[in-house]
Design a protein around this ligand. Structure first.
Ligand code: AMP
Length: 285
């Protein structure tokens, strides 16, 4: 596996691959790899003859008071892990090559980016959609794998591909969880012992919601279920609700009642310092 930092070099390599008839798989990441990232890489590895993993902690998607400075970084650690999945290239460009002087374009999606994480993190998704568009252009993939853990992000990427005519198959990978159910996240590395225990309240909420849906015989109102989940979170030490939302899986529009096409997504702040997200479909298919 080659580690490449230059934008020009990655473009040359993928253009050569395309001429030779190779298919290219892409997995964009911000690094500090865990089993979630590695599963995405293995999935992409199976679906294309060449695999490019990108590692870029994208300043444009962090708000001014967010964790850009403290985000965990270790290229050498990540290089070894990506190599084990059979990646051909780890592309890790310097910020100034992605956003050179004079850079001023943004890709922004009107409606889908408004609610959920978009409401709590203004500007976040403009950063995500802009950088992913650039990564698509630089790596020319046939397929790209994204995690369902970032459900709204995945919906936005599917939208860009349709709206901007990218000829890329977007594949969603199910959420990879720790043994106790906590969704894997690079940000879990911020959690101290007690905080890690309390982080379980997101998964407990998901289990509660699915059980309620399974057991309810009448129409279940979203507000009722959201209230119960908020109660679970607020009664967990140090935990506060950023949002709890029940919405249509495609439009992401909030739903008054829980039906077959509904997702639950939640964001929780732990000790006002670490923000974790999780989601689930509410009906088993
Ligand atoms: P990140 O490095 O956090 O930007 O994530 C890179 C990719 O990995 C995104 O497509 C995420 O949705 C995905 N991802 C992160 N954590 C998980 C997880 N626990 N399960 C599945 N995919 C994940």
């Amino acid at each position: 596996m080659k580690v490449i930092q230059s934008v020009k070099e990655i473009s040359n390599i993928v253009s050569g691959w395309r001429r030779e008839g190779e298919t290219i798989g892409l997995v964009p990441t911000m690094g500090w790899f865990h089993e979630g990232h590695l599963s995405l890489m293995r999935m992409a590895r199976e679906k294309a003859s060449k695999l490019v993993v990108t590692l870029f902690v994208n300043p444009m998607q962090f708000g001014p008071s967010e964790d850009l400075g403290s985000y965990p970084r270790d290229l050498d650690r990540d290089r070894k892990l990506a190599e084990l999945t059979g990646a051909d290239i780890l592309f890790s460009p310097p910020t100034e090559d992605i956003y050179p002087e004079g850079f001023q374009t943004q890709v922004s999606i009107k409606e889908l980016s408004k609610g959920l994480c978009g409401a709590s993190r203004p500007g976040h998704f403009n950063g995500v959609t802009t950088v992913v568009t650039k990564l698509f252009n630089l790596t020319q993939p046939d397929i790209a794998v994204f995690g369902e853990k970032d459900y709204q992000q995945l919906a936005l990427i599917r939208r860009i591909v349709k709206d901007l005519n990218f000829n890329i198959a977007i594949i969603g990978h199910p959420i990879v969880r720790e043994k106790d159910g906590v969704a894997m996240s690079s940000r879990n590395s911020y959690l101290t012992g007690d905080e890690r225990k309390h982080a379980l309240c997101l998964y407990t909420s998901i289990l509660h919601a699915k059980k309620r849906v399974r057991e309810s015989t009448d129409t279940l109102r979203s507000d009722t279920l959201k209230g119960e989940i908020e109660e679970i979170i607020q009664s967990t030490p140090g935990c506060t609700v950023d949002y709890v939302s029940i919405f249509d899986k495609d439009s992401l529009i909030a739903s008054q009642t829980v039906d077959k096409d509904c997702m639950l997504a939640l964001a929780v702040k732990i000790n006002d310092r670490i923000r974790l997200i999780d989601n689930t479909p509410l009906y088993d298919t």
